[in-house]
Design a binder for this molecule. Structure first.
Ligand code: RIB
Length: 295
């Protein structure tokens, strides 16, 4: 099984701060680091590092050719990534002393996808393949409709959650990967069980992967509900923790592993990622994850 991931590629400018800056406040930062990121790129790298055949679709500016080098390094197929005029997407990320972040996102090239481009990329894939999407590129409703017509399974991480998702036909989604905040935004429910019940009622045939921060993660489908607690670690940077979980979760599904094993592997991979700085560079390889699980 191949995964086509049409998603963002962002240059992350990461600033360490004492606390996330408040409205009207000025705070000096001692450090600025630059990392490759973007929910799309992070998830492609997590998939590749977990051993999945993954193709990334998306756009970068002339300033983003290091993404192509990173794809080659980590084993992400990059032939569909297009270089366009204008800057790549970028973010300004504050990381506070508790490793929490806040992210300001500039879409740049991520917002330049065209219907012609989508048609061309999708023409290389079929119903045996999974399409993975997040909400940092334009044309999401079109991409979902076209992939659904082709019979592809569509996995959606509705993040960041905003009004652009209103135009997406969610009934066409086979796999939802979301956190409890996005779960609330999608269902209007606050409690975990209520979120799950509402999602099950709205999308009875979908697989639902709900992450709950420090409270773990819960997976639900028509046949089973499986809970996974977190592996406790000292976090330094939580950026891309969810993306790492997503990549490893889909890798476990692709391998047909029992769900308990899929979730353990995903949670362990994510717990390793938060002990490291940056997005893409923080994502562990599968061998390291499996070794850590045995330790
Ligand atoms: O999920 C983390 C990612 O979100 C960061 O790498 C940043 O680029 C934003 O897109």
């Amino acid at each position: 099984m191949r995964v086509l991931n049409i998603g963002s590629l962002n240059i992350d400018y990461v600033y360490s701060v004492d606390h996330i800056i408040l409205p009207g406040e000025t705070e000096a930062t001692g450090s600025r680091n630059t990392f490759l990121g973007g929910k799309g790129m992070n998830q492609s790298c997590a998939l590749a590092k977990a051993g999945v055949e993954v193709y990334h679709g998306g756009m970068i500016g002339q300033d983003g050719t290091m993404f192509l080098d990173a794809c080659k390094e980590y084993g992400v197929h990059d032939e569909f990534i297009k270089i366009v005029d204008g800057p790549s997407g970028h973010t300004v990320i504050q990381i506070d002393k508790n490793a929490q972040n806040s992210i300001l996102l500039y879409g740049g090239a991520n917002q330049k996808l065209t219907t012609e481009y989508i048609d061309e990329v999708l023409s290389h894939f079929d119903s045996d393949d999974i399409l993975l999407l997040q909400n940092e590129v334009n044309l999401l409703p079109y991409i979902v409709d076209k992939a659904y017509e082709k019979g592809m399974q569509i996995a959606l991480n509705p993040s960041p959650f905003n009004e652009k998702l209103d135009a997406v036909d969610m009934k066409k989604i086979s796999i939802f990967l979301l956190n409890e905040v996005e779960g609330f935004q999608l269902t209007g429910e606050k409690e975990t069980e209520a979120i799950i019940a509402k999602l099950r009622a709205l999308f009875p045939h979908a697989r639902i992967m709900l992450t709950l921060g420090k409270d773990g993660a819960v997976y639900v489908d028509e046949k089973q509900q499986v809970f996974q607690p977190i592996f406790k670690v000292k976090a330094v940077d939580t950026t891309a923790a969810g993306d790492t979980f997503t990549g490893y979760f889909l890798a476990g599904l692709a391998d047909g592993l029992p769900m308990e094993e899929v979730l353990r592997m995903s949670a362990k991979a994510s717990s390793i990622a938060v002990t490291r700085e940056g997005a893409v560079p923080s994502i562990p390889y599968r061998a390291e994850v499996l070794e850590a699980l045995q330790a």
